[in-house]
Write a protein that binds this ligand. Structure first.
Ligand code: ADP
Length: 432
């Protein structure tokens, strides 16, 4: 490329040569005019290109500008390339920025970025929900003006962020428990990470309740058993009396055994999160087994009616299905007073769903208890349940088995008249 100085020198030389040639032939006045004309041509050309450049800069269309020839072509070309590269870099940075924002938004935790004055620079949607913030409205507001909980304000003031802070009764309906921790970054800025631990806390409370319940349930028969043992040891009992005490001890031991068995069944069901198998189960055989057990349990005190209204098999885990069905039947017998009647049926409804239903003419259950019946150790009448040998885990087991078979447990009951417990299986689990 020819340098600018060479170009300038060439034009000046051309002007002088032109002026000299003209002055030889037409005199000085013409020679000056020709000299100026020769210098003006590149000046005019430069001016036109400058004007074009100005226009395209104003329109923000420098990239689309057509290229002139000569010296200006190189300037315009380089300018366009510079602009294109800059825009590409900006777009890449914007994309990276968007990806970061998307990643932060996808986080299940609340994220708030604070500047050195604890003003909100950015926060994600989860943090907005946790603290009732609105990023557009609250950006660059001091966070302690927006989250006014004293423990949080103190946490910020103390500036020792080694430990997380537990904030309870948060969220729009004060139902959230949040674990918050600040992490310093950059120059005296902070990142707040906020985790919703409501479910964890509930699970923890449930676990504690469960352990307390199990201990309580176990302690009662153990205490009774020890009482009987002491009596047998300390008193001089005859053979008949001893027999009587041994029988009482045996019934307490059996109660503990059923409790442990039910606990193990529940633990096994909970450990297995996969759906139950799809093995065909001969319902007629199941119904016959149920009827046999029911007769033994009822000791002819109830009218029993077991009917298979559809021939279709059920597809599932036979052991589990039998356990769920017999829990419902045994409840019906245990809670229905003598001379009452119990009906168990298997049918396939109009939508092709399989329905196993057990109806009894027992005491029925008041509506307020219905939603809680499947909770572990929930009993409507504690002493009645214990008297009949109940562990309080039967319906919890039924519910788990139902879930593993994608079935619903439906309960209808009228106090004083009786109850119907139904397991409704999806049509995919009804065989030929
Ligand atoms: P339990 O071992 O105490 O029977 P379940 O989990 O099987 O425990 O049942 C929970 C509670 O539901 C029982 O304590 C009882 O109060 C009530 N219940 C269950 N089935 C019936 C029924 N057929 N009639 C009346 N109450 C029932």
């Amino acid at each position: 490329m020819i340098s600018a100085l060479t170009r300038f020198a060439t034009i000046i030389c051309l002007a002088f040569i032109g002026a000299y040639i003209v002055s030889e032939n037409w005199g000085n006045a013409w020679s000056i005019a020709v000299g100026i004309a020769i210098v003006s041509v590149p000046l005019l050309y430069s001016y036109i290109n400058l004007a074009r450049l100005r226009k395209h800069t104003l329109d923000d269309s420098v990239e689309n500008m057509s290229l002139p020839s000569g010296y200006w072509e190189e300037i315009f070309f380089r300018l366009q390339r510079l602009l294109r590269n800059l825009k590409l870099k900006i777009r890449t940075i914007e994309q990276q920025h968007d990806h970061f924002i998307e990643a932060f938004q996808a986080s299940p935790n609340g994220i708030v970025m604070l500047d050195e004055n604890d003003q909100i620079e950015w926060c994600n949607a989860i943090a907005e929900r946790f603290f009732g913030l609105n990023f557009k409205r609250d950006v660059m507001q001091r966070i302690n003006f927006l989250i006014r909980r004293p423990e949080f304000v103190q946490y910020l003031v103390k500036r020792t962020f080694d430990e997380p802070l537990l904030l309870e009764r948060m969220g729009a309906d004060s139902s959230l428990s949040l674990m918050l921790q600040a992490f310093p970054f950059g120059q005296n800025r902070h990142l707040l990470l906020v985790q919703d631990i409501t479910d964890l806390q509930k699970a923890d409370a449930m676990r504690r309740d469960f352990v307390a319940n199990v201990s309580h349930e176990m302690r009662t028969p153990i205490t009774v058993l020890m009482g009987f043992l002491e009596t047998v040891q300390s008193l001089d009992l005859d053979k008949a009396q001893q027999e009587q005490y041994f029988e009482l001890m045996m019934s307490q031991a059996k109660r503990m055994k059923s409790l442990v068995e039910d606990l193990l069944t529940l633990a096994n069901l909970e450990a297995n999160s996969l759906p139950a198998s799809m093995a065909p189960i001969k319902i007629e055989t199941v119904m016959a087994l149920l009827k046999n057990d029911a007769q033994a349990l009822s000791e002819d005190k109830h009218t029993l009616n077991f009917e298979c209204l559809a021939p279709n098999d059920l597809l599932g885990d036979e052991r589990e299905v039998l356990s769920a069905f017999s829990n419902l039947v045994s409840n019906a017998i245990r809670y229905t007073p003598d001379i009452g009647s119990i009906q168990a049926t298997w049918n396939v409804n109009a939508e092709g769903q399989g329905e196993f239903a057990v109806s009894d003419t027992g005491p029925g259950i008041a509506a307020e208890h219905l939603s809680r019946l499947t909770e572990r150790f929930y009993r409507v009448d504690r002493s009645r349940s214990r008297d009949t040998g109940g562990t309080g885990l039967g319906l919890a087991i039924v519910k788990h088995i139902a879930n593993r078979h994608q079935a619903q447990l439906l309960i209808e009951s009228t106090p004083g008249k009786g109850s119907t417990f139904m397991l409704r299986f999806p049509k995919e689990r009804v065989g030929a």
